[in-house]
Every structure is written in C-alpha cells, then in structure tokens.
Design a protein around this ligand. Sequence first.
Ligand code: UD1
Length: 418
Amino acid sequence: MDKFLIYGGEKLFGTVKLDCAKNAILPIMAASIMADDVTLLDVPDYLDIQNMEKILSFLGIKVTRKNKVMHISTIGLNNYFVPITLAKELRSSIFVLGPLLSKLKKAKVAYPGGCEIGLRPIDLHLKGLQELGVKIEESHGYIFCDGSKMKSGVVNLDFQSVGATENIMMASVLLEGKTIIHNPAKEPEIVDLQNFLNSLGAHISGAGTDNIEIIGTSRLGSTTYSPISDRIICGTMLIACAMCGGKIVVENARPEHFFSLINKLQKSGCKINLNNDKITIESKGKLKSVGLIKTLPYPGFPTDLMPQMLAMQTISKGCCVVQENLFETRFKFAQELLKMGAKITIKDRIAFVCGVKNLSGADVFAHDLRGGAALVLAGLCAKGYTTVHNVYHIDRGYNHLENTLSSLGAKIIRQSEE
Ligand code: UD1
C-alpha cells in the first residue's frame, strides 16, 4: 500500500504528453477477443489495464507488451468463464460478455467490481443482450449467458449507458443482418470503439449520434491501432495548473472532446490556447467560481472530472453548486476535503462549495480513482504537507501521477505505508 506525500504551493510549468485513454483501451482490449491479432500503440501501464490483461490471459489469449506497444493474439482462446477473483478488480470486466457471446455464443462472467461511486447495476447491458436473443440466468454471483439463439435486431437503451452501448455493439458485430441501437451513449470512446472494430473488418456506423447501426460480418481480422488520448487525464492536468498557477502545455490532446471543461476554465480566469493537438493553460492561481457544475452524459460535463473541478471550486472566489447526475455516491472525496479546510455542504447529489483563501495540508484518504486525483490536486495547492493514502485507487487510471506532476515542478513523492 502506497501513499503520496505532497508539499503544496509550487506553481506548475512544462509539458505533458498524453497516452491512450483507459476508457478507450479497456473495451478495445475486450473487443480484441473477436479478432485474430491486434497491436495497440501508446498503451500506458494502469492497474485497470493490467487487470484486463489478466482476464484475457485467463481466457487463453496471449497478451504481450513491449514499452507502450501491446500485442494481443487470440489463437489460444479456449475459455468463456471469468471468475470472481478477476471480475471484482474492475467494472470493465463486464465488457468481455458481448465479445464472448459474439465469438463463442456463450459466457459465464462474475459480477463486476470497480470504483464504489454508486450502485452501478448492469441491467441495461443484460436487457440489451436479451433483446438480441441471449438467454440469461443469474445465480451465486455469476451471469450465465446462452447466445446459441442470438440474432440481430433493435435495442432501445432506456439510458445512455457507456458500457451497455459498448457491450451491445460488440455483441452484434458477428451477427447476421442489421442491429440498431437507439439512444446510445455518445462518448468519444464509443466512436473510437467503432473505428477500431471497423479497422478489423466490422461494419458499424453512427457512433456519436442518436442511433448506431451494425451490419453483421462473419469474421474479424487483424489490425494495428492507436486508441484516442485520455481526455480525463488531460482535464486533470489542466485543472492542476489552474489551481496551482503556472503555465503548462498538454500534447496529443483532442480539445474537441471537452469544450465543456475548457469553457469553465476560461470562466474561472485561466488563459487557454488551442493549437491542433496542443492545449496551453496559463493561470495566476487566483480563480473565480464557475457558479454551477452539472454532470451529464457526453457532450455534457464529464462525471469523471467532477471531483477535480469541485476541488478547484474550494479555492475559487465565490460559491458554486455541483450537481452529480450519473453516480449516487461520488462525493466521498469531498468529506476528505473538509479536513483540509474546504467549505462544502452536501445534500444527496448536490454539493454547495464556497471558496476559501487557502486549503491547509492534512492526512486524507482516496476512496475512488477520480476522487483520489482531486485530493492530490488539493494537496498541490494547500499550505504545508498533505498525505494522500490508498494511492492504489489512483493507480487504476494514472500511470505514476507523482512522476508527471514532479516533472512539472510539483513537490510530491510516493512512499509505502509503514
Ligand atoms: C463509463 C466510464 C466511467 C464513467 C462513466 C460515465 C469506462 C470504462 N468507464 O462507466 O469512467 O464515469 O462511463 O461517463 O468507460 N447504469 C444502469 N444500468 C446499467 C448501466 C449503467 O443503471 O446497466 C447507470 C449507472 O449506474 C450510472 C449511469 O447509468 O448511474 C452511467 O453509467 P455508465 O454510462 O454505464 O458508466 P460505465 O460504463 O460504468
């Protein structure tokens, strides 16, 4: 178990180059089950990606990595079962359900784990698969799926779930005929999954719009693919600089993926410059409150940047209402910010935040991935020392966050808990 020790108050200067997005790579790795050979470029070393590698290996798939290149060869695929010991480590373990059904017509998968930020049911995944003719039985913590009578059709999603959209897309790739998903999620990672599958020979169109159309194909081949860069890490770095002051450049970014954040950073007084794949932010560290933050499915403000943005409001002049519309219990990190002198009142899914002049360093505990990142950002601009415990949550989606921040001038080190 590791912790971060942070000495706050340093301005940030320098350049960060983004790797591929965790939320793009995880479904792409699962979709690779249906392919022959896949090579993925710019793959970072997050804990969640290591856990997905373990799941693929358990299924008989060979996953090798050299530097940031991952090679996946499915020739040994010999299993359709994911045990609870592997599934409990990440929510995205559920992504293998669609590809296994598509390829082997059966799957037995334990209920997924992942960040505890809400109930996170999988009913929409299962309902969508049932609409494609999958027979599902749930017992003793496992989901048994029989896809022998699967056929293409129409799936109406009651809510724009990212994971359910991706699972249903993957499940229908190898079905004869046309499948349509109405009301899908529109996140950039879904468009990326479509592009990846099409590079293998699939026929999918409409990702990012109100309807996705999948024309079945009999088999998928091989590809070399570079998934899109990580918009949440990009946002985390921009917010870090806004809070600490300084000037940083984020390279390999896709500014079109998060204008909702860029607008808010400008509103709070930061200077932003967009130049192709580079975003430059300059901040004097004296911020104005943005007034209202409401998380919504894409293209609305991303729930995965809400904790970092809320942390920023704790040192911004004025008051702000933060409304979390996606997950029920995503404010645990805010309780930790109170220990640092933040003024926050929480009622159900709404937090009222009034800015204070300075946060003060304290011992705080990460309870989930993005909430943990928010505590690190608070520590970077707080007076004195902050210790962030339970860093393993942060490692799920940031590759040695301490190194990236140190390279920008922050005083942060990793230590093991005694
Ligand atoms: C994905 C992202 C996660 C992000 C989230 C919302 C990945 C690997 N993870 O998670 O980082 O925070 O999108 O942008 O891409 N829901 C149901 N039933 C279901 C599925 C979802 O009720 O079957 C609800 C969830 O409880 C939640 C909402 O729908 O309230 C959104 O969840 P969803 O979009 O599915 O998120 P994930 O795919 O889990």
